[in-house]
Design a protein around this ligand. Structure first.
Ligand SMILES: [Zn+2]
Length: 247
């Protein structure tokens, strides 16, 4: 398993800027896994599905001695775990790649239809990823729409910023930074690129949307995302969303 992980780091994994990891970094991450196995008694080879890994990650990341070690190591250990999870995820994901390719190649489908079918396939086949994605967003956004005061869980959607079909690393599909927690109405507007957000979180509303509809849709030009939600990775995702919005 470890050599497969190393091989995956070398040939598949990409840094957020799209480049490959250096040999030095790869050996750092691989040896981190070995160290964690020894010091925290975690046998990574036993974790062959995402759900188990996620539980392990929760336990590990809340262990004070791990946190201390990770801080001293400049987050090398947690990064190695995150990448290991991505590695397991991608292995599981390969099983649905054929279905996704078929949808991508279907010329009778529009861009929005393709995204929605791909999302459905991913969620049906790997419900635990979507559940986890939603759980993390509900926590981060304190169970409230990022734009309004709707806080009823039944009306809140874990909304993807960059759609599944366009995530460079498949594991990014379910990272919380690629999501916003929105109520049903705001999710629909965001999903259809009728609204988007600039770098500092200000709402941008499609110019051809009739301002008379704003109050029905519960939008106004003063709306913005709170600064605390704008981490670097989420900003990058929002930038991609903005490019589609501007088209
Ligand atoms: Zn809302």
């Amino acid at each position: 398993m470890l050599s497969e992980y190393e091989n995956w780091l070398r040939t598949v994994a990409k840094k957020s800027d799209g480049t490959n990891y250096s040999d030095r970094t790869i050996s750092k991450y691989t040896s981190s896994i070995v160290v964690m196995k020894k010091e925290f008694n975690i046998d990574f080879c036993h974790y062959n599905n995402y759900e188990n890994l996620f539980e392990m990650r929760l336990d590990l990341f809340s262990n004070p001695s791990f946190v201390e070690k990770d801080t001293r190591g400049n987050r090398m250990y947690s990064r190695a775990v995150e990448l290991f999870i991505s590695f397991v995820f991608e292995n599981e994901f390969i099983n649905i790649q054929d279905d996704i390719n078929k949808i991508q190649d279907d010329k009778s489908l529009s861009y929005d239809e393709k995204n929605s079918y791909i999302e459905t396939v991913c969620n049906l086949r790997n419900p635990q990823f979507q559940n986890n994605f939603r759980r993390e967003l509900v926590n981060e956004f304190n169970c409230k729409c990022a734009l309004c005061d709707i806080n009823d869980k039944r009306l809140l959607i874990a909304s993807h910023i960059v759609p599944y079909s366009e995530c460079v690393n498949k594991a990014d599909m379910y990272k919380a930074y690629n999501g916003l927690l929105l109520c049903i109405g705001h999710d629909a507007l965001f999903d259809k690129h009728l609204i988007s957000f600039d770098k500092i979180g200000n709402i941008c509303i499609k110019t051809d949307l009739d301002p008379l509809l704003y109050s029905f849709l519960n939008i106004n030009t003063d709306m913005k995302l709170e600064k605390k939600f704008l981490n670097l990775e989420r900003q990058e995702c929002l930038e991609k969303h903005m490019k589609k919005f501007e088209r």
